[in-house]
Design a protein around this ligand. Structure first.
Ligand code: GCU
Length: 675
């Protein structure tokens, strides 16, 4: 329940003594709600890890000074002047200053929330057994909006949520502030998350009524001192549903007036309200197109009403229509790129990491790099809709890293998705990263003990999209479980491998969207009877007697042409296309020869088998960890891995049996036959 903020007592007396040398007292140079939180977090954290005697000593030596720049004494200000020039808003400095044997560790920032971030960073050093003797850390967030998207409904259910029900108790709000809200805010602040969208993208307009605004305001009040702003999903047709108007046409004066008044009402209740996320004209949601208007008209109308209050609009690019069934992967690009430069300054376009929908593996979305005049936010899914819910162990930062480090070539070599979303490439004022939350009412927050790492990792990457999945796994394990090398090493390896493993047993070689219909759990490559063509798995794998895969190259849908030439050429050419995306971009014969010399059929079958074998290895590794993990978590993971193993076999058997009807080939040696 404590997530990565376990603050586990350090048992080695020598290590404790070493830390102790540097942290004999904490002095705050000023007071504010945020700084009080920072101070008590630091004291409690240190006390928990280093023992009770903390704070008894009143020696003026070896102290930690906490406070923002303006509160420091002149001497410190002078010493830190140049460092301050290097940090941005919300950044922090942790520096050891030594003068005549007197040692001071200063944790400071331009604002209070920066100090809180600095405190969590300092505690992380001890949590992960790092030295704090001579520190010189200067760090700032690389994106402005680091936000969770809760797909939570007002009735307490969570769309694509696998960890219980919503943590927002609308019935008891605004009076009852559940301790969970505070724990949630703390956890988010500890990784630099500074925003939360409380309700589902498939929104209910009721959230914008006075009854709910009062409840939203209570949450905003709770989160404020942790640096977290509250945002809402606005349902585009709200003026009709709750405003009594006949239309939601964004050019209608009555509609504009209604939204203006709504914004005034929201900001009166929540002065620092963040703004709106909008899913419009997608999957049946209302939007400007219902009135013959376009995304720009809709987004800019809302942007105008929020602008005087400092609010923003995150307009989602997740659109695809049944009227253009040629290739769903191309639609968001086709619909949005022509609007580049037309959105108001306070609009960000929120783009999913890949062009289809949060698959175990997708190439990066071609919109990244293609809209130079519009800030694009990236949207990742933290909840595992297509990746085994909260049952399968999958460490998603590996997926995030793969996408963020993809080179779009939009400005020549090195224009990675990470640089585009952090606004570096086209110098955008706004930048951001959104993650669809995997949080619920389950005791352990996320359903699977390891799913917490995906929330953690998302936050760390939103702060710095260039961090490595490797380092994130390492710190999370140390903070959440143990610093024992015999534990950290093998389990870190297991986590880093886990995403490739799930790709192997679900969708190897670029296959995608072959999950069972609707719920997306388990295999369903045979489904072909759904009303919309692009809802059917057969639309995506196109297996037939000739072969398998979706031809998106120049001989097919030409989706490859949406990428910059360097990438387009690569994806287009069967020989150059990375095999991880092979069947995403090409339809190939069953006996096509893979790089390892195997036929496509044999290679595919062996990869499914490899996925199964890898889960088996994960089980064996975990089983050796009993000594390092508490009984509850040890058993939970053990039981979940057992299910994962059975389901990896299910995936292998179902997919291979199904595809075998077309390939008409036997399974190669090494692939187990379905029982
Ligand atoms: C997926 C998901 C939906 C969700 C949608 C979205 O299609 O299955 O539940 O609403 O993505 O991102 O809007």
């Amino acid at each position: 329940y404590k997530l990565w903020l376990q603050y586990t007592p350090i048992t080695n007396p020598e290590t404790v003594a070493n830390y102790w040398e540097n942290v004999q007292n904490v002095i705050s140079t000023e007071n504010s709600e945020t700084l009080n939180i920072a101070r008590s977090e630091l004291k409690e954290g240190l006390k928990s890890m280093l023992g009770d005697h903390f704070d008894i000593s009143k020696k003026a030596d070896n102290i930690i000074v906490l406070g923002s720049f303006k509160s420091l004494n002149e001497k410190m200000k002078n010493q830190l002047k140049y460092d301050f020039d290097k940090i941005k808003k919300d950044g922090f400095i942790i520096k050891t200053l030594i003068e005549k044997d007197l040692k001071t560790t200063v944790i400071t920032a331009k604002n209070d929330i920066g100090v809180l971030y600095g405190v969590f960073n300092f505690l992380r050093l001890i949590q992960t057994n790092k030295s704090i003797e001579k520190l010189n850390i200067i760090d700032s967030p690389k994106t402005d909006i680091r936000i969770l998207n809760h797909w939570d409904n007002l009735d307490g259910t969570v769309e694509r949520g696998y960890a219980g029900s919503s943590i927002w108790n609308w019935q008891k709000l605004p009076e009852f502030i559940d301790q969970r809200y505070i724990d949630y805010a703390r956890a988010n602040a500890s990784i630099g998350i500074n925003g939360t969208v409380l309700n589902n993208v498939n929104a209910n307009a009721l959230i914008l009524t006075p009854h709910y605004i009062e409840k939203v305001a209570a949450l905003a009040d709770t989160f404020r001192s942790y640096g977290i702003k509250v945002y809402l999903t606005a349902r585009f047709s709200a003026p009709i549903e709750i405003g009594g108007l006949k239309t939601a046409d964004p050019s209608n004066p009555e509609v504009i007036k209604w939204w203006k008044e709504k914004a005034n009402e929201l900001y009166k209740a929540i002065p620092d309200f963040g703004g709106f996320v909008v899913k419009a004209n997608s999957e049946g949601q209302p939007g400007p197109q219902n009135y013959g208007k376009n995304h720009v008209d809709g987004a800019n109308m809302l942007a105008d009403v929020l602008a005087p209050h400092g609010g923003i609009v995150m307009w989602r690019a997740f659109v695809y229509s049944e009227h253009d069934a040629n290739d769903r992967a191309k639609q968001a690009y086709s619909e949005f790129v022509p609007y580049d430069g037309k959105f108001k300054e306070n609009v960000l376009v929120q783009v999913k990491n890949g062009p289809i929908d949060f698959q175990p593996r997708e190439p990066f979305h071609p919109m990244f790099g293609a809209m130079t005049k519009t800030p694009l936010m990236i949207e990742f899914q933290i909840t595992q809709e297509y990746l085994g819910f909260s049952t399968h162990l999958v460490f998603l930062p590996k997926l995030y890293e793969e996408v963020l480090q993809s080179d779009t070539f939009s400005e020549g070599k090195g224009a990675t998705v990470a640089k585009i979303v952090s606004g570096k490439i086209n110098d955008h004022v706004l930048s951001g990263m959104a993650g669809v939350a995997n949080i619920g009412s389950d005791l352990n927050w996320c359903g699977h003990p390891f799913a917490q790492a995906n929330w953690y990792g998302f936050g760390r990457l939103a702060w710095n999209p260039d961090l490595s999945a490797d380092s994130i796994a390492n710190e999370w394990l140390r903070m959440t479980f143990s610093n024992e090398e015999n534990f950290v090493k093998p389990i870190q390896k297991l986590m880093l491998q886990s995403r490739e493993t799930v790709v192997n047993y679900m969708t190897p070689l670029g296959l995608h969207h072959i999950m069972a219909t609707n719920h997306h759990y388990g295999p369903g490559p045979w489904v072909s009877n759904l009303s919309r063509p692009e809802w059917n798995p057969t639309y995506y794998h196109k297996a037939d007697a000739n072969g398998i895969g979706f031809d998106r190259s120049d001989t097919g849908s030409r989706a490859t042409a949406q990428y910059f030439p360097e990438i387009a050429k690569q994806f287009n050419d069967i020989k150059k296309c990375p095999e991880t995306y092979l069947l995403w971009f090409h339809h190939l014969p069953w006996d096509y020869e893979l790089k390892n010399g195997k036929t496509l059929w044999n290679g595919l079958a062996l990869q499914y088998q490899q996925g199964v074998n890898e889960v088996h290895d994960m089980q064996a590794t975990w089983n050796r960890m009993q000594a390092y993990v508490d009984e509850t978590r040890f058993k939970e993971v053990q039981m979940l891995l057992k299910i994962q193993y059975e389901e990896a076999k299910w995936w292998r058997d179902a997919c291979l049996l199904y595809f075998q009807q077309f390939s008409k080939k036997t399974l190669p040696d090494g692939v187990e036959k379905a029982a």
